[in-house]
Design a protein around this ligand. Structure first.
Ligand SMILES: *Cc1c(COP(=O)(O)O)cnc(C)c1O
Length: 231
């Protein structure tokens, strides 16, 4: 996508989020946009930053490190890791990101906790839940999520924010809402059983933005809607 289109698309996404928040009786400020910039060049991120986005979601470590170096002059950029996490990448993820949205195993959580530099704030994490129970999808099973949450809250260098999901794709709003509703209910259950007050939900992408806002998402992860189709 041409760089000037990113400005227009960004404005459109912001307006959409605001309108949908009002439609579903949400405070517009309670829905934050994570600009998903995987495969996009640093110049594209700089353009989205000019349009007012400062949270960027990336799936690949090496690519992110290069963009972080190229954009080091921009203040207040916040980096979120939203990709699959391999054990041998945890150290660099712990050192170079503020958020991880795709935590689903205790082994990875322990490594991130041990490798988080102590001069940085605790790493904010979401537990990725395989809410649609798809064999092909990553994530902890819904019924195992409470147990994992219980372990993660013991780790002092991690700060559990809430749950995240990437449900089975569907064009149907009602069906999209079902999966998000289940995730929100699971979070309520965890809060009750563990006496927590988790109040962040990472759910919704370009195609299921409305359903996610309707069901209480606080972080919508928007790639295509801002940057156009990926190569
Ligand atoms: C790529 C990606 C997105 C963004 O998807 P779009 O359909 O381009 O908005 C959101 N979340 C995750 C985990 C992704 O990998």
């Amino acid at each position: 996508m041409a760089l000037n289109e990113i400005l227009q698309q960004s404005a459109k996404v912001k307006q959409q989020v605001e309108e949908l928040s009002l439609k579903y009786q949400r405070q517009p400020t309670s829905v934050k946009v994570l600009a998903v910039s995987k495969t996009q060049p640093a110049a594209a991120l700089a353009q989205a930053y000019t349009a007012g986005f400062c949270n960027f979601g990336e799936n690949y470590l090496q690519e992110t490190l290069e963009k972080q170096a190229a954009l080091a002059h921009l203040p207040n950029l916040t980096w979120h890791f939203i990709g699959a996490i391999q054990s041998n990448k945890t150290k660099e993820i712990a050192e170079n990101f503020s958020y991880v949205h795709t935590l689903s195993r205790l082994k990875i959580a322990t490594r991130l906790n041990n490798q988080r530099p102590t001069n940085l704030a605790p790493l904010k994490v979401f537990l990725q839940v395989n809410i649609s129970n798809e064999a092909s999808k990553a994530g902890v099973q819904p019924e195992a999520t409470i147990e994992l949450a219980k372990e993660v809250i013991q780790l002092p260098n991690l700060s559990l924010q809430g749950l995240m999901c990437l449900p089975a794709a569907s064009d149907d709003l009602a069906k999209q809402r079902e999966a998000f509703k289940e995730l929100a209910q699971l979070q309520t259950e965890i809060n009750q059983q563990l006496g927590l007050q988790l109040n962040q939900l990472s759910m919704g992408m370009t195609q299921d933005l409305e359903a996610a806002i309707a069901e209480g998402s606080t972080w919508v992860r928007i790639g295509t809607g801002i940057f156009g189709a990926r190569n």
